[in-house]
Design a protein around this ligand. Structure first.
Ligand SMILES: Cc1ncc(COP(=O)(O)O)c(C=O)c1O
Length: 374
C-alpha cells in the first residue's frame, strides 16, 4: 500500500485536539478509585438524556447490548419476529438472534439505503413484535411512517441510532417516535469513547429501570439479584464521553461541511453520491458513494494513499452460513440491499478531515474516471 495520505479515521487527531482535557479527566477517574458505573457514568447519562431530549439514558457495554437488552426487557424472544434491514452492521440482526427472536428483513430504499417504509406492512405477521429501523450512515429513517405502522399494528420500535447521534428528520427528532433508542460509542462513531460503550435512551422510565437492572447482573440493590448480564459502562468512558458530547454538534457540522465539499467536487463524475433527504439533518457518520466498479475504485484510491472502506459489502442474509441454524425470514426481495452491498464505497469522513484532504480525494476520483474514459 502507498504511504497513507488520507486516513479513514480521525480519532487520534480528535484526541490530540482535546488531549489536555481528556488526560486530566482520565487521571481524575484513576485517582477516584471508582472505575465502573460511578458518578462519571451517571453524569454522562444525564447529559446524554438532555442532549436527546429524553427522560433517561442508561449506559451499557456496547450498541449491541443496548439493542439486545431492550428486547430482553420487553420479553421479546423465541417465536417473536422483529422487522429490520439486512443493509446494516451485523449487530442489528445479531441482537435479535441473541434475544432468541427472528429477524425479518425488508429491502431498503435505494436512495437513502435506509429501510423502505413502504415494505414494512407486508412483512408483518401475527408473530411480529417490534421494528428496528436503522438510521444508517448518519441519516434518520422515515420515522413518521414507521411510527404510523407500528401504532396501527401495536408494535414497539427500537431505533438503532449507532450511526446518527445528533441527526434529525425533517420534522421529527430521533427518539421522538421510538419506544427506545440504542446507540454505540465505539471510537469510529460520531461520539466515540476509547473502547466499547453504548446506551439506551428512552422516555419510558420502567424500561430504563429494567435495562439498569439487566446491565448489572439483575441487581438494583446490593446483593439482590435476578438473572441479568454484565453490561456496564466504565467510568473512564463516562468521563471521556462527557467531554466529547459538548463538541458533538460542532463535529457533526464539520462532517456536513466536508460532505458538501465532496458533493460539489464529485458532481458530474461517474460515482453516485449519497442522498440527503430535504430538511433532514444528515450527520454523515459515513460518506458513502456507489459505483459499478467499487473494487476498482477502492484499489485506485489505495494506490494514491487514500483509505476507503466498505459498509457493508456483504448483507446480513448473504453472510456465509446464514442463518446459522436460527430462524430468519426475508420479506419480498432484497434486490436493492444486494445491489448496494455490491456497489458501496465509504470515503474518508470525520470532523478532523481537512478540505485539502477532501480535494485530494476528489481529484483522485476524477483522475480514476478519466483513466477509465468516463
Ligand atoms: C448500525 C449499528 N448497529 C449496532 C452497532 C453495534 O454497536 P457496538 O459495536 O457498540 O456493539 C453498530 C456499530 O458497530 C452499528 O453501526
Amino acid at each position: 500500500m502507498a504511504e497513507v495520505k488520507v486516513g479513514f479515521y480521525g480519532h487520534v487527531r480528535q484526541y490530540h485536539n482535546l488531549q489536555k482535557e481528556i488526560d486530566g479527566a482520565i487521571h481524575g477517574v484513576l485517582e477516584s478509585g471508582t472505575y465502573v458505573l460511578g458518578p462519571k457514568v451517571k453524569q454522562f447519562e444525564q447529559e446524554l438524556a438532555a442532549y436527546c431530549h429524553a427522560k433517561e439514558a442508561v449506559g451499557v457495554n456496547s450498541g449491541t447490548d443496548a439493542l439486545w437488552l431492550v428486547l430482553i426487557a420487553w420479553g421479546i424472544g423465541p417465536g417473536d419476529e422483529v422487522i429490520t434491514t439486512s443493509n446494516t452492521f451485523f449487530a442489528t440482526a445479531e441482537a435479535i438472534w441473541l434475544a432468541g427472536a427472528t429477524p425479518v428483513f425488508v429491502d431498503i430504499d435505494p436512495k437513502t439505503c435506509n429501510l423502505d417504509v413502504n415494505l414494512i406492512e407486508a412483512a408483518i405477521s401475527p408473530r411480529t413484535k417490534a421494528i428496528i429501523p436503522v438510521h444508517l450512515y448518519g441519516q434518520a429513517a422515515k420515522m413518521r411512517q414507521v411510527a404510523a405502522i407500528a401504532k396501527a399494528h401495536k408494535l414497539r420500535i427500537i431505533e438503532d441510532n449507532a450511526q446518527a447521534l445528533g441527526a434529525r428528520g425533517d420534522d421529527f427528532a430521533i427518539g421522538e417516535f421510538g419506544d427506545a433508542v440504542a446507540t454505540s460509542f465505539i471510537i469510529q462513531k460520531n461520539l466515540g469513547c476509547f473502547g466499547d460503550g453504548g446506551a439506551v435512551v428512552t422516555n419510558d422510565s420502567d424500561l430504563a429501570t429494567q435495562v439498569r437492572k439487566l446491565r448489572g447482573h439483575g441487581s438494583l440493590k446490593r446483593s439482590h439479584h435476578s438473572i441479568g448480564y454484565n453490561s456496564r459502562l466504565d467510568e473512564l468512558h463516562g468521563a471521556v464521553l462527557s467531554i466529547k458530547l459538548k463538541h458533538l454538534d460542532e463535529w457533526n457540522d464539520l462532517r456536513r461541511a466536508r460532505a458538501q465539499e465532496f458533493d460539489a467536487g464529485l458532481a458530474g463524475t461517474s460515482v453516485t453520491l449519497p442522498t440527503a433527504l430535504p430538511g433532514y439533518r444528515h450527520v454523515y457518520h459515513l460518506y458513502v458513494v456507489e459505483t459499478d466498479d467499487r473494487d476498482g475504485l477502492q484499489t485506485y484510491l489505495q494506490a494514491q494513499g487514500i483509505v476507503a472502506l466498505t459498509h457493508y459489502p456483504i448483507a446480513i442474509h448473504q453472510q456465509e452460513g446464514y442463518p446459522w441454524g436460527r430462524d430468519a425470514r426475508i420479506s419480498g426481495s432484497l434486490q436493492h440491499t444486494e445491489k448496494s452491498a455490491a456497489c458501496v464505497l465509504s470515503l474518508p469522513m470525520y470532523p478532523e478531515l481537512t478540505s485539502e484532504e477532501v480535494k485530494y480525494t476528489v481529484e483522485a476520483i476524477r483522475a480514476w474516471d478519466k483513466a477509465r474514459g468516463k
